[in-house]
Design a protein around this ligand. Structure first.
Ligand code: PMP
Ligand code: GLU
Length: 396
């Protein structure tokens, strides 16, 4: 009998983390690999945030805290929602965890019974379905085509809802496509959800601050009729370049928040006291760098999209945010190139040209691949030259 649980067989290691780790190892072994796999800003955490953490250490802020967040951090999160999203919450509607990832995991563990369905529009972030499976739920994947801008439509949502549907996940701007839902698109979806009265909505807003071309961010909890059924997830990882600090948070119904706290109290307890102090400074301190960094990401996006669309066989939509593009490589999967799937394409690209990207199938959509352009222009220029020459050779 295996020591490993049967439950664990349902899932795989995170493919985005695997690709990032592989690129790291190849580089350590002396290979000139350009990693476009990692989903994290290449910027450093701003100094005011680092200093707040140092101060917290020096002043003895080094003990266990309240399980789901210090009062100071919860206050800062409440102010953030009010300031940026015009949403009002009380502290018993807020939970803080070790990264948005833990908050998501806790949410599914706290709310799913065996067989409960979670609607996940594809392309999706790799961890949603596996977290749902671990919690005993059933991911209901709804494919959203490139023609639909990779976005869920009201019609498809209506069709996907069954008696067993517990959650709908919305992620805007999205990982891996970078596309964002407009207010109108969210209102269209909300009509189905208001009529339905039962389904809860998990709005993953982690890329809220990485958006371009004055794209107007709108989050579904802003619609008063749905606020009671929405859990809004956010965190400091992407907005404040704090991936390693591991602070994520959510706001929503009190009973869900309480259930999440129960799980956290029996698993990890509080997130790091020092990271929480740093997160208070992130949310309350100067915010000016966010826009500057987003504009730097926008320049890179423009460069990458243009370069990709200049390659025969590759086609790329222009995203509204996040730091990903999700181009199609379908034009290169044929007898001539001897490549059958996006996974073949990605493997060959790494092997022949030392560029690491993630296969689209990991995000629930074959025939595509994800590039994270959260790296220097120098790296991106080199990577695009390599990619072009790789594809030209395939085309010959
Ligand atoms: N949601 C999405 C869509 C993400 O891409 C990530 C990044 N890993 C997360 C949530 C969680 O991020 P973190 O755990 O660093 O807060
Ligand atoms: N969200 C990032 C990504 O998609 C970080 C890695 C992960 O947690 O999956 O690459």
């Amino acid at each position: 009998m295996s020591i490993i649980s049967k439950n664990l067989k349902k899932i795989k290691p995170s493919p985005t983390i695997s690709v990032t780790q592989k690129a790291r190892e190849l580089r350590a072994a002396g290979k000139d690999v350009i990693g476009l796999g990692a989903g994290e800003p290449d910027f450093d955490t701003p100094d005011n945030i680092k200093n707040a953490a140092i101060k917290a250490i020096r002043s003895g802020d080094t003990k266990y805290t309240a399980v789901d967040g210090t009062p100071a951090l919860k206050r800062a999160i409440i102010r953030k929602f009010k300031r940026e999203n015009k949403l009002k919450f009380s502290s018993d509607q807020i939970t803080v965890g070790t990264g948005g990832k833990q908050v998501l995991y806790n949410t599914f563990m706290a709310t799913l019974n065996k067989g409960d369905e979670v609607i996940i529009p594809a392309p999706f972030w790799v961890s949603y379905p596996d977290m749902v499976l671990l919690a005993g739920g059933k991911p209901k994947i709804v494919k959203c085509t490139e023609q639909e801008g990779f976005k869920l439509t009201a019609k498809k949502l209506k069709k996907a809802i069954t008696k067993k549907t517990k959650w709908l996940i919305l992620n805007s701007p999205s990982n891996p496509t970078g596309v964002g839902y407009t207010k109108k698109e969210i209102i269209d979806l909300s009509k189905v959800l208001i009529r339905n009265r039962k389904v809860f909505i998990l709005s993953d807003d982690i890329y809220e601050h990485v958006r371009y071309d004055n794209f107007n961010f709108f989050t579904i909890a802003q619609l008063s009729k749905l606020k009671e059924r929405t859990l809004t997830l956010n965190g400091v990882s992407k907005s404040y370049a704090m991936t390693g600090w591991r602070i994520g948070y959510a706001a929503g119904p009190k009973d869900i928040i309480k259930a999440i706290r129960k799980i956290q109290s029996q698993s990890t307890s509080n997130p790091s006291s020092i990271s929480q102090a740093a997160a208070v400074e992130a949310l309350e301190g100067k915010q000016g760098f966010i826009k500057k960094r987003a504009s730097s990401f926008q320049q890179r996006r423009n460069f990458v999209v243009k370069s990709l669309n200049n390659i025969k066989g590759i086609n790329c939509l222009i995203p509204n945010g996040a730091f990903y593009v999700f181009p199609s490589c379908k034009g290169l999967l044929n007898k001539n190139t001897k490549l059958k799937t996006d996974t073949d394409f990605v493997k060959k690209l790494l092997e022949k040209s030392n560029v690491a990207v993630v296969q689209g199938s990991a995000f629930g959509m074959n025939g595509h691949f994800r590039i994270s352009y959260a790296t220097s222009m120098k790296n991106l220029k080199k990577a695009m030259i390599r990619l072009k020459s790789f594809c030209e050779k395939l085309n010959k």
